[in-house]
Design a protein around this ligand. Sequence first.
Ligand code: GAL
Length: 975
Amino acid sequence: MGVTGNGRTNDVLWDKYSLIIKGQRVFIHSGEFHTFRLPVPGLWLDILQKVKAAGFNAISVYTHMALINPSPGVVDFNDYRALEPLYEAARQTGIWIVLRPGPYINAETTAGGIAHWITSEVAGELRTNATDWHAAWQDYVQGVIIETAPYQVTQGGPVIDNEYSQEPAMHAEYFHELETVYLNSSIVVPLTANDPGENQAWINGTGAVNIYGLDSYPQGFDCSNPDIWSPVVTNYYSYHEFVDPGQPWYFPEFQGGSFDAWGPTAPGYDQCRILTGANFENVFNLNLWASNAKLINYYMLYGGTSWGALPFPGVYTSYDYGSAIAENRELTVKYPELKRQGLFLRSSPDFYKTDWVGNSTGGMVFVSNPAAFVTLLRNPDSAASFYIARQGNSTTTDVTTFKLNVTTSAGSFEVPRFTSGITLEGRQSKIIITDYSFGLSSKVLYSTAQVLFAGQIGGRDILFLYGDPTSESEAALTLNGTPRIQGTGVSSVSSNGVTSVTFLPGIQGLITIWDSNEQLVLYSDTDTAGTFWSPEISADDSVEFANYWQFGTNTSILVGGPYLVRNATITESTLALRGDLNDSVQLTVIAPDDVKTVTWNGIPISLDVAAVSNLTIQGGFVAQLKPSSTVLGFAPPALTNWRYADSLPEIRSGFSDANWTLADHTTTNMPFKPYYGDGRVLYGCDYEYCENIVLWRGHFNATENTQSVNLSINGGEAFAATVWVNDVFLNTSYGNSTNDQNILEETDDKFYFPPGSLLYGQENVITILQDNMGLNESGSVIDEEKSPRGIRGFMLNTGEFGEWKVQGKIGGYTNYLDKVRGVLNEGGLYGERMGWHLPEFDTSSWALRSLSEGLPNAAAGVGFFITTFNLSIPDGFDVPMSFVFDNTSQPYRSQLYVNGWMMGKRVSNLGPQYQFPVQQGILDYNGTNTVAVALWAMEPTVVTPTLQLSIEGVYEGGVGGIETNNPPWSPEGRP
Ligand code: GAL
């Protein structure tokens, strides 16, 4: 089957093998990154540089409708909601973007990304052809089109709505309507969708997209037993052949980690990083490659933070996801394996066009030991072959050794020839290559060692192989010139122009195998290979796609040692490297021979001449790199001098709710109707209070017979609601979550009025303080996003309620005050309404009271604790920090505000999260910072929260130029 397109552009075409961008065959090697989960635009470049440095060429990005389209008619791409800075950073780094605007994105975010106002205002079923839903998404999609159209092709193109079934017809028609809007716009790049299972959705029929995509999470989302693996999926290829053989095989999402739920038994992200660790990446990613997939996106590569009201109820603030890049932007143990894979893919253009030939159970590949399972992919033009090996039982921890029959240009034979076998550790995969080209004219006949890098540097053909120190491997190469084999454990024999090199167990570090004027062959153990980088040398700016691998440039170098190499430029004879260091390392560079000096972050390095002569005869540099002494000098300031104020005046007598919203609706568009009451609908979102804490006040006259009130409160998994009558605490209703099990998203309780709590013959008030854990994602129940957060039932044992009043964030979703931090940042606590959480609010008249003392008199209630601290961290350092609460289970919930941003919800009785990373940019690294904790004590008992600032690492380098945008308190619009 030939090359085809969508008829709208020739810049992005495809055939059955891969995407073809601007005439070039491309393997889309991508990681998921949500800018809204890193609300500091200056840091997006940091993530993109880390993605690029792992050898990737693309990112996949969801945009968030609820943030961008906060109120009807408002489309807001300002501040962190902007796309332009992302597109510019991508252009600068040479990264393609697959944009996935939804409107529905799932993504473990509130309502799956659907704008909250829609959940109240749209009567028709969401994500169908209902006319009011159709009207509701127009502004947002048009906004995305306007922002994106000028950046197409340079930047990839939009994907439409996420994971959805094509049936019934009203789903398909909605997709068709969505596509029609793009087709009637200046968006010309292909459209695709994401099928969450092998449902064959959107391949044919109404709403079909250009390129089908399947997502797959073979390990699932419970990280409790991270050493227990699920088997690899074995039918990816046959499914693909069955459903869309004429298209390239696309995985818009493949498991790159896992989300984690509220406690008490939630395992936390460290466990997710084990469940989806380096050995998982090795076995499962290569299993995906073996299915001939040529567009792959790992979800997430950088997870980030679900700050404010971003989470859906099934996750907490951190969206670290156990990803290769941690929430605080540090590279984790998962990163080097991804980098080895990324550099291999970047080095292996023959891999972008392969036929799936067969596997060792189908009789097309022969292995000497049936415990090994091998799939053969072959390039039909060059005959380069890739034998992807794994354990037949993919979960086994046994070691398997086997031999493999290969078919090569030099005939068919069994490999290895000189060593005893190919070894697979438990949970390991390997690629055995044959007829593999490197550089301009060099060939590998076969190799059981793995390829880290293949290419040209300074006119020489360079190959970098690696293998485990526990096993042996061998490679047969066509080499010119004189060998320079070093080190014990390496030996070679030559015959018929082919040099066979064997590597015995025990090799550690980097060794030079061959070093001539034409070729350089290097070998190292797997870990050492993981310390190498291959920054590309961009073309100059006049070249189109100057920074895009394959397009603007095919030139790169090798740099071993540093924590991170962000980029490299060569000006005349100077190679300038930029990157990050947190430790002294040996720097090893392979560069073109005309490079005479190397600088690290602008400072010339001094050469270790002896080490260089061991490395290579040309273009090599070896030096010691040391971070400056400043690196050790940072200590986090203690958080002291807390000021305290009560934030629950609502329960005091004389409090007036006159300017609160009257909750008097008797109808709702939400399909989940009230259970009991008097016909009034008390759902926050129906009064524009769709997220975070909402307060309700129900007025009633009491008699001697008034004894109790029944309340059904809906707040979502893991919520809580505390209830008072007048100033008397009644009780707290707890929602539940135990690692997404035993979910209780609403409660139904009877609250008894203690003696003396009521005023007979007078007005009394029930005050309900409830959290809203986010709106549900789309699920099996129709319109679950329209979550009825609020009071679903209210009934006194006798008598009726008078007025019900409700208060959430000031202004609701149409007139909320904080346009920079956006609609999801604050809620309705008194302190939030007054803006106490914002920088520069004057607390000098407040009492001094330490956070660890909790609320006065061991009362249940809410108080704000505020303090400031200074930071002074010089430019040129990346210093990730987090705020760390006590790791105890106590009956308190708290909201952490840093310079006005709600960066954490701590639920002490559930956990698991007690540590909250906060990025530079939210934190002012050269100034005064304000931290506010809204403490909600849920029981009349002493709680003793503690909070510390912790420095998690000090990296000399960093991306630089991080701006802060933290608008201070102002009285305007505040009560
Ligand atoms: C996918 C979905 C993503 C995310 C993921 C789990 O099916 O498309 O948005 O929810 O599951 O993290």
